[in-house]
Design a protein around this ligand. Structure first.
Ligand code: ADP
Ligand code: MG
Length: 593
């Protein structure tokens, strides 16, 4: 209970609700920083092509294996509000530029770690914040200087960029890397629109579909839309050329009333007329579709067996229970309008495509819609041996598509492998000399934080981080601005020569989002958390819930202690916290045995 007394001897004034916990000042800041660093430590090991993957098991036992920063922090289901802020950083990074999520979270954590050093030397958070903000805008300026303009239509360069992005993913094994990078570039170039010499890409034009079987190298780019559905009735045509497509968000069934109704039938004649009436209604619906001239029907809801029969007789190919997201994509691709009732359907609502065909992919059937009215729509059909691999391939391809889009639209690239981080760090330290006093220290620390990226890359490459950093810095001092770490070869080299290239846009977004998160966390000097809801009586006798432990100062510091005492167990600490408030989530238990 938080009490505030007015003066000694007087009656205490109750300001906060009973059970409310409050930590303030340096203590609040320190524990928030400890949490951010814990998340950073967790992600560090996943950075770069030699970074390792994480296996995440959700409360249903579903397994995700991933290297994608955003997916890791999202699926960790963190509890602490500061950890949640870092999840937001990764999310923002993912939405804005698609790639660089791990780097953004690692840099946020590192910036906060360096801020802690400054706090130890009694520098006020507001000074750190202003120093960091200055450093961030300088870093963006310097980044611009070391960026290289490329010809956006240079397919070879785009492929190298896609490859750099994909090289850190599990799909990079074997020939998958070259093949998938090529596919990603082809897909983006196909949907790109050019206006006044500039390119624009809407990634919604690229549909990614997965089908288990074969291997990643058997993935294909289909110029059109692929639906993971089959034609509903064997009597329907399997190929329709010159397709006129009706897209309907309604059921071709007799709708049952919401209220309970009873129909009393007393004679066989009545029964027959009742059934006939149903049949007639379904026939009417089919007639309506037929009257518009449609030869393909894509239905978001169900199609009754009798209606299927009539459709087949009318020579109309039909697909039922199409996904909602597919409906929009399909409408855009075929220039159709989605209608919500069969009564409304007119010939003007129909979309068109050269060919609609049901094909066998692996052991299952899929419907291919090719030669669409809007030729910009494509589908990447991913193949792979297991669902987990396919899911990770989808996430990886998302990053690759995004980086190609970024470069196509923006035209600017930088070296990868930690090269820009070293260059920015040196440049910031040089510029910091113009500042006075404590702000200079803050900018210096900001510059130091950048070094985490080359250090981690060196470590994953089996090099000594300290040694690699010293060699990198001296190379940069000699003007070799693009020297970084070729992780795969374990060498320090010119990253452009090694074709390790990142989009500038990704790096600038990393700087922006990491600084924003660090500043936001540094601004907090008071954490006031409401009491946890009273414990529910255990339902199944599996034990009550632990409450949200991070909220109590005692437990907060115990988390911090745990983090400090067992750095290797940091992820365990977080996982245990994440499971503890939910009585049905076994993850905490299973990780923390
Ligand atoms: P993020 O989620 O931040 O994109 P990644 O695991 O994809 O994290 O790693 C990205 C980092 O790895 C970038 O800094 C990139 O330049 C670097 N990188 C990619 N390929 C190589 C390579 N072959 N050698 C060195 N660094 C690389
Ligand atoms: Mg990446």
């Amino acid at each position: 209970m938080a009490l505030q007394t007015s003066k000694e001897g007087e009656i205490p004034l109750l300001i906060l609700k009973e059970g409310t916990k409050r930590t303030s000042g340096a203590e609040a800041l320190r524990s928030n920083i400890a949490v951010a660093r814990t998340v950073e430590e967790t992600l560090k090991t996943s950075l770069g092509p030699k970074g390792l993957d994480k296996m995440l098991v959700d409360s249903f036992g579903d397994v995700t294996i991933t290297n994608d920063g955003h997916t890791i922090v999202k699926d960790m289901e963190v509890q602490h509000p500061v950890a949640k802020m870092l999840v937001e950083v990764a999310k923002a990074q993912d939405l804005e530029v698609g790639d660089g999520t791990t780097t953004a979270v690692v840099l946020s954590g590192e910036l906060l770690g360096k801020a802690e050093d400054l706090l130890e030397s009694n520098i006020h958070p507001s000074v750190i914040i202003s120093g960091y903000q200055k450093a961030s805008s300088w870093a963006l300026e310097e980044l611009e200087k070391i960026s290289l303009k490329i010809d956006p239509s240079d397919k070879e360069k785009l492929t190298e960029i896609a490859k750099t992005s994909l090289s850190s993913k599990v799909v990079a094994a074997g020939k998958g890397l070259d093949y998938l990078s090529g596919l990603a570039v082809d897909a983006v170039m196909h949907v790109a629109k050019s206006k006044d010499g500039k390119f624009y890409v809407d990634l919604d034009d690229i549909k990614v579909e997965k089908k288990k079987g074969e291997s990643l190298e058997d993935s294909t780019l289909v110029k059109g839309i692929v639906l993971d559905k089959e034609v509903v009735h064997p009597g329907m045509p399997k190929i329709v050329k010159g397709a006129k497509i009706a897209i309907v968000n309604a059921a071709m069934e007799i709708e049952k009333p919401e209220t309970t109704a009873k129909i009393q039938i007393t004679s066989p004649v009545q029964l027959k007329s009742f059934l006939d009436e149903q049949t007639n209604m379904l026939r009417d619906m089919v007639e309506k579709v037929k009257a518009t001239g449609a030869n393909v029907l894509i239905c978001q809801k169900g199609i009754d067996d009798i209606a299927q029969h009539f459709l087949a007789k009318a020579g109309i190919m039909a697909v039922r229970r199409a996904k909602e997201s597919d409906m929009d994509k399909l409408a855009k691709a075929t220039n159709a309008r989605v209608v919500t009732s069969f009564n409304e359907l007119t010939s003007e609502d129909l979309g068109s495509a050269d060919l609609v065909e049901e094909r066998k992919v692996g052991t299952e059937k899929m419907v291919f819609i090719e030669g669409c009215a809007n030729p910009k729509s494509v589908t990447l059909l991913l193949r792979g041996g297991s669902d987990m691999l396919l899911d990770e391939a989808e996430r990886s391809i998302h990053d690759a598509l995004f980086v190609v889009k970024n470069v196509l639209e923006d035209g600017q690239v930088i070296a990868g492998g930690g090269a820009p981080e070293v260059e920015l760090s040196i440049a910031l330290k040089e510029r910091a000399k113009s500042l006075a006093g404590k702000e200079q220290l803050a900018v210096m620390k900001y510059a130091d934080a950048f070094e985490v990226i080359p250090s981690v890359l060196a470590e994953t490459a089996g090099l000594s981080p300290l040694d690699a950093l010293v060699r990198l810095k001296s190379a940069h001092m000699e003007g070799k601005k693009n020297y970084g770490i070729d992780v795969l070869k374990g060498e320090i080299a010119d990253m452009f020569e090694r074709k390790i290239i990142d989009p500038t846009k990704v790096k600038s977004q990393i700087i922006k989002s990491a600084t924003e998160a660090a500043v936001m966390i540094l601004r907090i000097d008071d954490v006031i958390s409401a009491a946890a809801p009273p414990p529910q009586p255990p339902k199944t006798g599996e034990g009550g819930m632990g409450g949200e432990e991070y909220r109590t100062p005692k437990n907060r510091s115990s988390l911090v202690d745990q983090v400090r005492a067992h750095p290797g167990d940091r992820i365990k600490g977080i996982a245990a916290k994440s499971g503890c408030s939910s009585p049905s989530a076994p993850r905490g238990d299973s990780w923390d045995e």
